[in-house]
Design a protein around this ligand. Structure first.
Ligand code: CU
Length: 471
């Protein structure tokens, strides 16, 4: 726009154009080179080589942004741009993100650090960045229109503040938020404490990721941005199971997992085999007197939770959102519940007419994970994931915490499936089944009903199919 206006307004504009060019050249020289990421793999922790030392985090299917030290200021360069994100192997979505990926890179600093973030906008529309949870000067808060002008396409803005409070934070646009967050613009931020902190324990492994949700129609590449509730891809860091890496830890490691939620609904995050405590929120570390053990914690919209546990049980432990529809991938399922309905005769008749016809769900939905139904290109099956004992029948927000005695300290490699000690796996009973002793009720309800149906009624449930598509 600038050059066009300059061109149109004649001679005076040439000077303007030269001035603009020289200014931007100087500005570019002062900018730290943006670092880009082309892969959706979990990158090793970025061990700090300047500034105060800390134990770096590992971003699940993500990475940490390197910085440049400039006169004692940590300088980062974020580039807001359209990206192609591989959501699981072979399934790519056209999103918006930062520095080549969505979510953007994790930013890690230390309490007391002066931080300068250059933000270049390569999107087709204006943007801004809000530093969720930070104490900072009001004008650095990133709310377009309220605390700053929005960053127009092609422009670079500078944010600068001292990371005053240690903890778990995130960043996201505060300009055309509905579009930009639906398109995947978000990232994680961790401020490490500058020394021993009474409420922040040292841990051996520190994982971070964001919860996000997309509505990508089977076969399509770009999310629908108007969707408010009916998302069909529920993701950890814009990845769906089985494309989400496992979290690999050493037995007896103290493990911290930090989770931020930028979807439109809450996610009860559940860990198998261990109890954890919520040790922090986006408001900071929780007072010790408020902590109790849980195996599921709800992460509401716009919230962050950090959980901690000692991984003292070896095995492959499921870790997932407990909303069962959030551990499934894209698939319209406008189908009535068919469990218990024997419709083999109807199927035979239909198959005579339509040879590829397939009936879903007369024995539950587990068959869905095993059948090989033709899918449109660029579509992930509704559920899958091949475990050592068969299909895991999961999708979306699901991964595995792998606890191994022989995992080396600082090694994040996936060493394959857990080898169960003999006699520790559920097994089939092969003896005779005795006749069950039927349960005889002793109570008759809390009080007698005023009126009763003349005949016993057996409830026949058929779930409505409206308002329930696209999971
Ligand atoms: Cu969920």
């Amino acid at each position: 726009m600038t050059s066009r206006r300059n061109f149109l307004s004649g001679a005076g504009a040439i000077t303007g154009a030269i001035a603009a060019a020289s200014v931007s050249k100087v500005a570019m020289a002062a900018l730290p080179e943006p670092v880009m990421q082309t892969k959706a793999d979990t990158m090793p922790p970025l061990v700090p080589n300047t500034g105060r030392h800390y134990n770096p985090v590992v971003t699940l299917n993500g990475w940490t942004l390197p910085w440049r030290m400039n006169n004692g200021v940590k300088e980062f360069h974020l580039v807001a741009e359209p990206v192609v994100r591989e959501m699981s192997p072979g399934f790519k979505a056209h999103l918006w993100g930062y520095n080549g990926q969505s979510p953007g890179p994790t930013i890690e600093v230390v309490e007391g650090d002066r931080v300068r973030v250059f933000v270049t906008n390569k999107l087709p529309e204006h943007t801004s960045i809000h530093w969720h949870g930070q104490r900072l000067p009001n004008g650095m808060d990133g709310v377009a229109g309220l605390t700053q002008k929005s960053i127009e396409p092609g422009k670079t803005f500078v944010y600068e503040f001292v990371a005053r409070r240690p903890g778990t934070f995130m960043y996201h646009p505060h300009a055309d938020e509905m579009t930009q967050m639906a398109m995947g613009m978000m990232g994680f931020w961790v401020t490490h404490p500058k020394g021993k902190h009474p409420l922040i324990d040292e841990v051996d492994r520190d994982f971070v990721f964001l919860l996000n949700a997309y509505d990508v129609e089977p076969g399509a590449y770009t999310p629908k941005i108007m969707t408010m509730l009916d998302f069909n891809l529920w993701t950890f860091n814009s990845r769906i199971f089985p494309g989400i890496d496992s979290m690999n830890v050493r037995k007896n490691d103290k493990v911290r997992i930090r989770i931020g939620n930028l979807t439109m609904t809450n996610h009860p995050i559940h860990l198998h085999g261990h109890e954890f405590m919520v040790t922090g929120t986006d408001g900071g570390p929780t007072p010790k007197s408020t902590r109790w053990y849980e195996v599921t914690t709800d992460v509401a919209v716009g919230q962050m939770r950090q959980i901690e546990f000692v991984a003292d049980e070896e095995g492959d432990w499921a870790f997932h959102c407990h909303k069962s529809h959030h551990t499934m991938n894209a698939m319209g399922h406008d189908v009535p519940t068919m469990i218990g309905v024997d419709h083999r005769k109807v199927v035979r008749d239909i198959v005579n007419l339509v040879p590829d016809y397939m009936v879903m769900g007369e024995r539950g939905m587990a068959d869905m994970a095993e059948m090989t139904m033709p899918l449109p290109d660029n579509t992930e099956p509704m559920m899958g994931g091949q475990g050592p004992f068969g299909s895991v029948e999961m999708g979306g927000m699901f991964t595995v915490v792998k606890v191994r005695a022989d995992q080396k300290p600082g090694d994040y490699k996936n060493t394959g499936w857990f080898k169960h000690p003999a006699g520790t796996v559920a097994y089939e009973f092969k003896g005779d089944l005795p006749n069950p002793a039927r349960f005889q009720p002793e109570g008759t309800g809390s009080m007698p009903a005023k009126s009763k149906p003349k005949k016993d009624v057996e409830v026949q449930i058929r779930k409505p199919s409206s308002g329930h598509s696209g999971h």
